[in-house]
Design a protein. Structure first.
Length: 104
């Protein structure tokens, strides 16, 4: 019974991802990840939702937790981690540089 519910939730999540309904997919992805984090494809779906939402902090947090807690390294996770670092380090998020009088 629980397995059928998980499969139904994954199918619903796949449909939401396919239609790029990120706001509706996020809570379902969190529920599925909390229930079955080691099930094949669950982490990848959660990462896809976070990437679609461009929630880079949450994406990097999920990657680090999955690596540290479950030793999961999904295909492409290094690329996603790098992309998250770039997105979080963009100039619009940084402190503006002000040259001091001593700099020429």
């Amino acid at each position: 019974m629980a397995n059928q519910k998980l499969i139904a939730d994954l199918q619903k999540l796949d449909a939401l991802i396919a239609s790029q309904q990120w706001a509706e997919a996020a809570p379902l992805a969190e529920q599925v990840m909390a229930r079955a984090p080691l099930t094949s494809g669950v982490l990848e779906r959660c990462l896809q939702v976070l990437r679609g939402q461009q929630d880079w902090e949450a994406l990097m947090d999920l990657l680090m937790r999955s690596r540290n807690r479950y030793q999961l390294w999904p295909h492409g996770s290094d690329l996603l981690m790098g992309q998250g670092m770039v997105e979080l380090g963009k100039w619009r998020n940084s402190i503006p540089f002000q040259a001091s009088a001593g700099c020429a």
